[in-house]
Write a protein that binds this ligand. Structure first.
Ligand code: ADP
Length: 249
């Protein structure tokens, strides 16, 4: 495959914490337009690997390529400008601002921060229109004037996705999108991810294997900081080593 097929590549990624290698020589390619999952038992190195790819952590060794360009030494803001965006954590939602205001702040933050940020809270701008479109896309337009804190857990996740979409990601990284969710929220969020993934590349860390099987084209399984298997859900779930890893091997 040509390098341009690969939206995001991790090459020989290694992260050492005080002598302990949490991630060891991981090679990972996320094909453009695919939904790719990073799975593995607890302690496998998923979060560390994800944090390396999102530039939250700096690798001890290895590099990260976005559309073939080495972004290993780039700042998160420059990487975001190039279209790689990590989903905001729920804690990054401003609980006292309304749902609409939260999306406006995210839209504004793609242009700048500081003075402009505060001005944006008062400005009646075309930003509002874009913000409303985003709320519609994630299906929480009826909650636009509620404080974010009043949203259900599932709707907070939808708001989080709207604030991520505000940055116009080409490659979207989602950290456990269904974490802490009850059954009633999991299906809508899975459908939502499927919808917003159209025309984009998505990499997610996900514990719920039924969500992974519904959503993902390709799966990388980590164990002890290394890649144990890679393939379709069908392929990795039939891999004896993967089965053993999940049974506590
Ligand atoms: P997972 O997300 O798959 O559960 P993590 O990436 O969180 O795995 O952790 C992988 C291993 O690295 C674990 O053994 C964990 O204890 C260790 N680890 C993660 N972060 C740190 C850190 N900041 N300092 C030391 N060890 C860490």
């Amino acid at each position: 495959a040509d390098i341009t097929d690969k939206a995001l590549v991790g090459e020989g990624l290694t992260k050492v914490f005080g002598g302990f290698a949490a991630v060891k020589d991981v090679n990972l390619s996320v094909r453009r337009g695919s939904i790719h999952a990073l799975i593995g038992p607890n302690g496998a190195g998923k979060t560390t690997c994800f944090n390396l790819l999102t530039k939250t952590l700096t690798p001890t060794r290895g590099r990260i390529l976005l559309d073939g360009e080495d972004i290993s030494r780039m700042r998160t803001s420059d990487v975001a400008r190039r279209g790689l965006v990590r989903s905001f954590q729920i804690s990054a939602i401003f609980p006292h601002l309304t749902v609409l205001e939260n999306v406006r702040v995210a839209l504004q933050s793609s242009f700048g921060t500081g003075y402009q940020f505060w001005r944006s809270l008062r400005a009646v701008a075309p930003l509002n229109q874009r913000a409303e479109e985003l709320l519609e896309q994630v299906g929480i337009q009826d909650n636009r004037d509620s404080p974010a804190a009043a949203l259900s857990y599932g709707k907070k996740r939808a708001l989080e996705i709207a604030t991520t979409l505000a940055l116009e990601p080409r490659v979207m990284l989602l950290d456990e999108p269904t974490a802490g969710m009850g059954h009633e929220d999991i299906e809508p969020i899975t459908e939502l991810i499927k919808r917003v993934a159209v025309g984009r590349t998505v990499l997610l860390v996900e514990h719920n294997l039924s969500v992974v099987s519904t959503l993902c084209d390709r799966i990388t399984v980590l164990q002890h900081g290394e890649v144990l298997a890679e393939g379709s859900y069908q392929e990795v779930s039939n891999d004896q080593r993967v089965v053993e890893a999940y049974m506590g091997g």
